[in-house]
Design a protein around this ligand. Structure first.
Ligand code: HEM
Length: 488
């Protein structure tokens, strides 16, 4: 229970909610009151100008992501993630109303802007943009299965080394495409019944790709809630897990300097100095290793052997797994078929098999992480405590990807699996990918009308933007530690 809210919550909860509560005086809270409840143990959130106390609610079905909005307005992120039915559950946590006039950082223009983007959401619902096309997903899954079967057959039937390498690269591409499928199902873009989305996600994400569905949800939903926000301190967990890449990559000067506070002398370690100064050279090698790291994190998460972040660790300890048996079995099955595949069904020696494993693993890491990098890296980065409104945050931290420099749009569409419309996906994560093109037209003209900077680039220009950002941050960092010494 949040401090300060105890009396109010007690009175409302004891009396019951609904009609009874409405008859009595409803407690009123200022924006300052809300801001004072910004930690998991003491968490208030605002939804449609009503205040809810979710302190220590570790049983939230969406996990620890609920605390990313402790002490803040969660109206839009709530709409982004939930089925309409979950609004009914809100009343359990209701403690009073927000005094709207106390929200001083919002002027009339800001209120009008927020109303307008909520209206746009309603318009998209009416247009049927949230409804998935059954045949689109039948086709995508059939195509994916044929990728898997052809890579498998090539390894089983051929004794040619070049065919084996080509097969492993194709398998790497298959893993990448599994990633996009699992992504759609676990975002609940496809089925109304969330359980079906979870089961299908466990198949494509777990059995076929080797990732834990719940590990992915914890990390990915956290990223959606706070994209490109860096942690308020090196030890805190209020930022975007996807840019939590220190001490090897930094996306802003502040992030580059953040590890100083972990050193007893308050200075950068030699390792941090070396890595960040040369970070643009490490970007591609790190992408190659990304899948290895995700496999490791997934395995640990599913089997209860640890977690990469404190957030994930807390969620695992407090909530356990939603599908404990299926998570473990899906990952075990993955390694069984992978072992059969990379050993050529027992024909190849250990070194050769390891080589094939590394080719498919590194190529997949590269294919997946390139798209992730293009989606957000080099875009705006905010301090966790200074994030703007939902729409501005999502649009300014995100880049759409187009065809260009000889890369055709159809290839970009296929390769990026819907995430070429990353801006539109971030605003509406439950819209199925086949409706994002149409959604995008409305989003683009809305951004123009309300003067929100919206950005897109092709794969080549976007990659240069990412490398330029790394270079710029490295230069600022070097100038800072050479000329001024560490500033605390
Ligand atoms: C009092 C506030 C909240 C209530 C009552 C609530 C309730 C629920 C419920 C009932 C579900 C199950 C799925 C559904 O029916 O939609 C759910 C899922 C989810 N919630 Fe919340 N929620 C709250 C706040 C939040 C906030 C603030 C966030 C994000 C910052 C969030 C993120 C999610 C996510 C990502 C899922 C989906 C998990 C999955 O895919 O399995 N929730 N929530």
């Amino acid at each position: 229970m949040g401090k300060g809210g105890d009396a109010a919550v007690g009175s409302l909860r004891n009396r019951g909610t609904g009609k009874d509560a409405q008859l009595k005086q409803v407690p009123k809270y200022t924006w300052k009151d809300v801001k004072e409840h910004a930690s998991p143990e003491n968490a208030w959130i605002v939804h449609a100008n009503k205040v809810y106390d979710v302190s220590n609610w570790h049983d939230h079905p969406g996990g620890g992501v609920v605390f990313t909005h402790a002490g803040d307005d969660a109206t839009d992120i709530f709409a982004a993630f939930h089925a309409p039915g979950s609004q009914g559950m809100l009343k359990k946590f209701y403690i009073g109303d927000l005094i709207v006039e106390s929200v001083e950082h919002k002027d009339a223009h800001q209120h009008a802007f927020e109303k307008a983007y909520r209206d746009l959401r309603s318009q998209l619902i009416v247009m049927g943009m949230f409804k998935s096309n059954f045949w689109f997903y039948v086709y995508k899954q059939a195509f994916n299965m044929s990728m898997w079967a052809s890579a498998f057959a090539a390894m089983a039937l051929s004794d040619n080394g070049f065919v084996h390498i080509a097969s492993a690269l194709w398998m790497g591409m298959f893993f990448q495409q599994c990633g996009w499928l699992a992504h759609d199902f676990l975002h609940h873009q496809v089925y109304k019944k969330r359980r079906y989305g979870d089961y299908t996600g466990l198949f494509w994400g777990g059995v076929m790709q080797g990732f834990s569905a719940q590990w992915w949800k914890n990390k990915h939903n956290g990223h959606h809630a706070v994209p490109n926000l860096h942690n308020s301190s090196a030890a805190s967990q209020d930022g975007d897990p996807d840019i939590d890449t220190m001490p090897v990559l930094a996306w802003s000067l502040k992030q580059a300097q953040s590890f100083r506070e972990l050193q007893s002398d308050g200075k950068d370690s030699k390792f941090v100095k070396f890595m960040i100064s040369h970070q643009k050279y490490f970007y591609f090698p790190i992408l190659l290793l990304a899948r290895l790291s995700w496999l490791n994190e997934s395995f640990k998460y599913a089997y209860g052997l640890g977690a990469a972040s404190e957030n994930a660790k807390l969620e695992r300890e407090q909530q356990g797994l939603q599908y404990p048996i299926m998570e473990k079995v899906s990952i075990a099955l993955h390694y069984v078929w992978v072992a059969a595949y990379v050993t050529g069904f027992g024909r190849f020696n250990a070194l050769y098999s390891l080589g094939l494993f590394m080719i498919m693993t590194c190529s997949c890491g590269f294919f997946l992480a390139t798209v992730f990098g293009l989606g957000h890296n080099g875009m705006e980065v905010y301090d966790a405590e200074k994030r703007p409104d939902f729409w501005t945050l999502q649009v300014t931290t995100t880049r759409n990807i187009t065809g260009g420099h000889g890369i055709p749009q159809w290839f970009v569409d296929w390769f990026c699996g819907g995430l070429q419309y990353q801006v539109d996906h971030h605003l509406f994560p439950m819209i199925p990918r086949h409706n994002l093109r149409q959604t995008h037209e409305l989003v683009k003209s809305f951004c123009k009308e309300w003067k929100v900077t919206y950005h897109e680039a092709d794969m080549i220009d976007g990659t240069y933007e990412v490398l330029d950002c790394l270079d710029k941050v490295a230069m600022e960092f070097v100038i800072d530690f050479v000329q001024d010494g560490p500033t605390m």
